[in-house]
Ligand binder design. Sequence first.
Ligand code: PEP
Ligand code: CO
Length: 451
Amino acid sequence: MNLETPMTPHAKQPWTPDSWRGLPAAQQPVYRDAAAVEAVLAELRELPPLVVAEEVDFLQQQLAEAAEGKRFLLQGGDCAEAFADCRGAIIQDKLRVLLQMSVLITHGGRTGVVHLGRIAGQYAKPRSGLTERVNGEEVPVYRGDLINGLGLDQREADPRRLMEAYHRAAATLNHLRALVDGGFADLQHPEHWDLSWSREDAGHYLETLDQVRNSLAFVQRLGGLPEHLRTGELFTSHEALHLPFETALTRFVPEKGRHYNLGAHFLWIGERTRQLDHAHLEYVRGIANPIGLKVSAVMTPDTLRQVLARLDPERRPGRLTLITRFGAGRAEAALPGLIACAREEGHPVLWSCDPMHGNGRQAAGGLKTRAFGDILQELQEVASLHRACGSRMGAVHFELTGEPVTECTGGMENLDEAGLQRAYRSGCDPRLNRSQSLEMAFLIAQMIREA
Ligand code: PEP
Ligand code: CO
């Protein structure tokens, strides 16, 4: 056993990939056939990992640089990836929109961008209730394709989905890697990037867009970019929610002397599963990956202090990203105390802003939506609070897609609630569409420049 294996505070037991078992674990599905689950997990443990430890360490290094203000982290993708969306065109569109946002942020914010998709494994969702009412019928909630299906006849947790998730994540990642290796993500080949917003669409961003196009052409003529502005790497992330599944993808890496979750580069713990002394914090405590932690306005500095001590006792740069998700108008009461706490405790955290999850609303027609204006307001509030506290918002976290969906209101298209039904495709939370994402990237670049 590795001598540095951390101890579990609850029982002073050493950490193992299974030391979370026996602790309370929120949001875990109940399966009818436990033996079938075990059989799938046993098979998963033998399959090749999706990522390798070197990549994970490289991401951690880049996140450490982002925490120091030398890079900017862009994390984004679906709320819940659907198995049915494991298709070339959809994956390409998503990568393209992330990269286009990256170009705008790189150009406008004069900073290198780290690309982290909510992709290739973002299949499990925490839910507020166990059941929901659909057409007058009480049915189990949809928990993400890892667990059950959105269709009303698929709501029972099915262990075969764990294997399907592995294969779909592998196929997604394989395609992403091929696109990146094939030059799709190369700033020197912007012909892949289709920055062709029509002149009308680009509206008041036209001038900036022209500047971006000019500088891309300039880069092409130069034949290269300075190293810190080069793009091309894409990392994967998902919420570490389904603990037996995550454990099955956790491997001991002898050369590093540590355990890694090799199902993704980056894992995060959601707002509903971050209880102290519960299973989720215990699980991520011992893995070597960089970890994200969602933080809402109910998080107190005292709790944060204990969470930081548990997840990052060595104060490793890049290890922890705190992803705040307060809601527009609610950061001011919460954020300064949390910033002070992390600083006093000496944790070199990367601060990220998720302006999506505190801004959910129900539209008049019943659909879940978020307003572009609320999302932007939270980003601006959080960025300026960091500035006022001598800190820095070094990352953003979005739910977005490259498809022309109609799920969030507002933006340049001025989508209103009545227009939401036109192309509402999310099985879970509403996402920014391509044009809303690009507009957001212009505004983020502006914010970074102002900071
Ligand atoms: C999410 O990121 O999809 C999510 C459920 O977020 P949170 O845990 O912050 O509510
Ligand atoms: Co969500």
